[in-house]
Design a protein around this ligand. Structure first.
Ligand code: PEP
Ligand code: MG
Length: 754
């Protein structure tokens, strides 16, 4: 076989010259395919570009019939070209026509060519097109030739990305560089956001692709690898002890990759084929990302992600931070895209410019989701590989209500979402108009609507919604976003700020509900088989009373001179409540002894969220001043269905007789003991479910701020007496599985908005 004239480096140099020529785009492409064919000693070189509709269109050819250019198209997945685009992997065949995927196109005149080498044009893990060379002979392409064609394809992918070829695209069939993608995730925070992609951890942009001096580039690559290795070693050896566990594992994986001979060899080969060190890293990483996008095994995908992180570190070494978009330059209408993100990081962005958030990780009860909801930022989680599928600046739409993400949407899709966003805004406006209307049912029953909160940013919602107070203040959120354990005096000033912001409206502070899925980053996490059933919340507080004592002291001091309410989470027995209460009394006595002012009134409540408490209701109602049902946990434990596990979380209906009877028991026993009972789990924030709760006899609900409007609109249209009778009748029916259908029908008949 003849060796290529000049080899890949000469080819790259020629390509660079052609790129710089002031000629029209089509003429440039025509020249490029001629040069590639000559360099690869091939009779044919063809460039297929992926269109927005997924088809691959012949954009230029040397060797096939010129008339076929812009005429021949392969549908997505069709023929060898389609196969390469789908798998994002090179394909070398000495006898192409015997391959089962071969698809003959008479207009091209390719029947006389037997051997075939095709490679994908990859950029950021996306396939933009396919580059093919063909020969008449039954030729076996060498590894070096495949590598050389891949390098050439990378340069062409950059040319495509520059947008120059868009002018050649027939109308309506834009190039796939901006191909629309519809991804599904899970809803984290409701709302529709339209904007442009901002990567939370921006990738390095490689601008200088073609090497001037191969030896110098090899040395740059080797030096950068050595530096990255040394820095990983250092992190592992001197890493602080707080970062044990998972963090260390990631670093160990990095170290393994940093010494992986296959990876290093492929990058060196890419430099040998004429690329700069950074372009070589990017070239190899592009293949890796393409594999990552197609990888469905979560473990392997995680490893590919680690490799991606490592490549990014390497790129940072090679080109410096200067190429990374500074965070300060957040554009208007920014939609943040990240693999994972902590709540503190989200809070650092300029809220006024944020329109949405898309994450590869993050469940609905994750901290980031809670903060996104508090900030009113539409958010979607668990969107596989989304960071690899977008480019900074891409148009993107987040529908946090259903969990949809539209990347580079078509104009009609964008218009539909813009209409949806406008409709939502109109509805919000209607809710705002209900703000000062008393929350009273049609038959004159007043329902108190409270807010669930956990951060200071939640407090303005009290004013906006005119809610009666804060029915659940999750104090652990402040602990979760802090870098270290807040001191008692820090807690005190925080609670003071909350009380001041609430004015004369009541606030129910729930003591620390940590453990389970709520991990404090600075606390040594314990390995537990079943964290949801493990050492958490009040259990930690009673075993380590120092933590609870310092919080109670902070709360009592913060509430000096005014009424406050404190509530304990995850109480399983009346005895646990007694012990917590005793601790509070001791703190009260201590503060009095030391001359501190105390709250003018202190109410101690209990969360009913562990089913065992259902069977001690009389006892607990005699002791606690108020009861609040944590329906999220109560349902999880009642049905033994992990609230975090998508497979089972929605398996059981909270409107089924079993759960309604449990809820009814609480409201009845509390009433008998003369104690108020409310619901502060997600259940109370959904109009249909809230209707059921009112029917059971609840007169106070606490919910996320965004739920107040819809629930209030439902209440204003509701006859509480009628719905109570309906629920009683339904529960009396032996074949009742859920009251949901009957309630939906009832709402429709009575024109109640749900
Ligand atoms: C609940 O369990 O319903 C609740 C309100 O508490 P959290 O969601 O914080 O566990
Ligand atoms: Mg709970």
């Amino acid at each position: 076989m003849p060796s290529p004239p000049g080899g890949p480096r000469v080819l790259l140099r020629r390509l660079r010259e052609i790129m710089a020529e002031p000629i029209p785009a089509q003429a440039r492409l025509d020249k490029i395919v001629v040069v590639i064919a000559a360099n690869m000693v091939a009779e044919v070189c063809s460039l297929y570009v992926m269109r927005a509709d997924g088809a691959l269109e012949l954009y230029a050819t040397e060797g096939l019939n010129r008339e076929a250019v812009h005429l021949t198209t392969m549908r997505a997945g069709e023929g060898l070209v389609g196969l390469i685009a789908r798998t994002a992997e090179p394909l070398a065949l000495s006898d192409a026509q015997s391959h089962p995927a071969f698809s003959y196109r008479p207009e091209t005149g390719e029947e006389i060519y037997h051997s075939f080498l095709g490679v994908p044009l990859l950029r950021a893990g996306n396939t933009l097109g396919v580059l093919v060379v063909q020969n008449r002979t039954y030729r076996v392409y060498t590894e070096e030739e495949i590598e050389a064609l891949q390098t050439t394809a990378m340069v062409l992918a950059e040319m495509l990305a520059s947008g120059e070829l868009q002018a050649l695209a027939p109308q309506g069939d834009g190039i796939a560089l901006r191909r629309p993608l519809h991804q599904r995730g899970i809803p984290l925070a409701d709302g529709v956001g339209l904007g442009h992609v901002v990567l939370h951890e921006p990738r390095v942009v490689v601008k200088n692709l073609i090497a001037e001096n191969i030896e110098a580039e090899l040395k740059r690559l080797d030096d950068a690898i050595a530096e990255v290795r040394a820095s990983i070693d250092q992190l592992i050896e001197h890493g602080d002890v707080a970062h044990h566990g998972e963090h260390r594992e990631v670093l160990e994986t990095f170290r393994m990759f940093a010494h992986d001979q296959g990876w290093l060899r492929r990058m060196r080969e890419a430099v040998h084929s004429g690329l700069t060190a950074e372009a070589a890293v990017e070239r190899v990483q592009s293949d890796n990302r393409a594999r990552m996008v197609r990888q469905h095994d979560p473990y392997l995908r995680e490893r590919l992600h680690d490799l991606d992180d490592l490549a990014n570190r390497l790129l940072h070494r090679l080109v410096g931070r200067a190429f990374v978009t500074p965070e300060a330059a957040l554009p208007e209408n920014a939609i943040l895209v990240a693999r994972a993100m902590g709540p503190a990081a989200l809070l650092e962005y300029d809220r006024a410019r944020l329109r949405g958030l898309v994450l590869e990780e993050g469940g609905p009860t994750s901290h980031i989701a809670i903060v996104a909801r508090a900030l009113g930022i539409p958010a979607v989680g668990e969107v596989e590989n989304v960071t690899s599928l977008v480019e900074p600046g891409d148009a993107i739409i987040v529908d946090g209500g259903v969990g949809d993400v539209q990347i580079r949407p078509r104009a009609d899709v964008e218009a539909a979402y813009a209409a949806k966003a406008r409709l939502r805004a109109r509805r919000q406006e209607q809710y705002r108009r209900l703000r000062d209307v008393p929350t009273v049912t049609k038959d004159g029953v007043t329902i108190d609507l409270h807010l669930n909160a956990g951060l200071l940013i939640d407090l303005p919602h009290l004013q906006e919604t005119a809610a009666a107070g804060i029915g659940l203040f999750r104090t652990e959120l402040q602990f979760m976003i802090a870098e270290r354990m807040p001191s008692s005096s820090e807690q005190q000033s925080f609670y003071q700020a909350v009380l001041e912001a609430a004015g004369d409206k009541p606030v129910v502070f729930r003591t620390l509900d940590i453990g389970g899925d709520k991990i404090l980053p600075y606390m040594q996490a314990m390995e537990e088989e079943n964290p949801a059933l493990g050492w958490r919340a009040i259990r930690i507080a009673l075993d380590r009373p120092g933590l609870l004592r310092s919080q109670i002291r902070a709360l009592l001091k913060a509430g000096a001179g005014r009424p406050i309410k404190i509530m304990f989470p995850m109480v399983a027995t009346a005895e646990e409540f007694e012990r917590a209460e005793a601790l509070v009394r001791r703190e009260q006595a201590y503060l009095t002894r030391h001359g501190h002012a105390l709250p003018s009134d202190l109410a101690l409540g209990v969360m009913v969220e562990v089913p065992s408490l259902l069977f001690e209701l009389d006892l607990i109602a005699a002791k606690a001043d108020f009861l609040s049902i944590g329906s999220n946990d109560l349902m999880q434990y009642l049905f033994a269905a992990d609230r975090e596990n998508r497979m089972v979380a929605n398996r059981f209906d909270p409107l089924s007789p079993a759960s309604l009877r449990a809820l009814k028991l609480v409201v009845e026993r509390a009433a008998a003991a003369g104690r108020p009972a409310s619901v502060c789990g997600e259940l109370g924030g959904k109009p249909l479910e809230a209707m059921a709760l009112i029917g059971l006899g609840f007169r106070a609900l606490s919910m996320a701020p965004a739920s107040v409007g819809p629930v209030k609109a439902m209440i204003l249209g509701l006859d509480a007496g009628k719905v109570a009778r309906l629920i009683a009748d339904e529960l009396a029916r032996p074949d009742c599985r859920s009251v949901r259908p009957a309630l939906a029908d009832f709402a429709e008949r009575h024109g109640i908005p749900i």
